[in-house]
Design a protein around this ligand. Structure first.
Ligand code: PRP
Length: 178
């Protein structure tokens, strides 16, 4: 298949992603070196980003997963956030760093930050690989941000369309239908 036949176009290639993940790891490593954080990764989209990020973090840390869902099968957010799988670890008094692949409307992140703050952690911060501010419905402060992205539907590096394309090593956008 030639690149013209592929249904997506590369927005950020793997080398650019690796450089950004290194930059984020340096920032996080500097801020959390003596804090023994719990990284709370939001499934499914963050799994590749998390895996690359934590292997660059030379500090004691723990990893937890939550699974939230705001999108059905398709491109549009349903607008309702559901907890599909909650936290299993105690986060009271701990430094929590949320790991997201994308902040879009902000509904998921706001919901999750509220959910976490009710558990009385010592701190909660947010690291997101990408930020798509064009559809924001609720304000979100992203403490560690990789890329600001345009208003295109993105796939790859964990991001999906209808559960497909998460495995692509680059961040791509789907070409408009002809
Ligand atoms: C995506 C992404 C975020 C959320 C952001 O998850 O991983 O969690 O949407 O969107 P929002 O800012 O509009 O709330 P999704 O529900 O698509 O699930 P997935 O990670 O399993 O693909």
């Amino acid at each position: 298949m030639s690149s013209q036949d592929k249904p997506f176009t590369v927005l950020f290639g793997r080398k650019e992603i690796a450089a950004v993940v290194s930059r984020l790891a340096a920032e996080i490593g500097r801020d959390y070196y003596n804090k023994h954080p719990i990284l709370v990764a939001v499934l499914k989209g963050s799994f590749i980003f998390l895996a690359d990020l934590i292997r660059l973090l030379d500090l004691p840390l723990e990893v937890e997963f939550v699974r939230l869902s705001s999108y059905g099968r398709g491109k549009e957010s349903s607008g309702k956030v559901k907890v599909v799988q909650g936290l299993s670890a105690e986060v009271r008094g701990r430094h929590v760093l949320v790991i997201e692949d994308i902040v879009d409307t902000g509904l998921t992140t706001n919901f999750l930050l509220d959910y976490l703050r009710k558990k009385k952690p010592a701190s909660v911060k947010l690291c997101s690989l990408t930020d798509k501010p064009s559809h924001r419905k609720l304000p979100v402060t992203i403490d560690y941000l990789g890329f600001t992205v345009p208003d295109r539907f993105l796939v790859g590096y964990g991001l999906d369309y209808d559960e497909k394309f998460r495995h692509l090593p680059d961040i791509c956008f789907i070409k408009e239908e002809q």
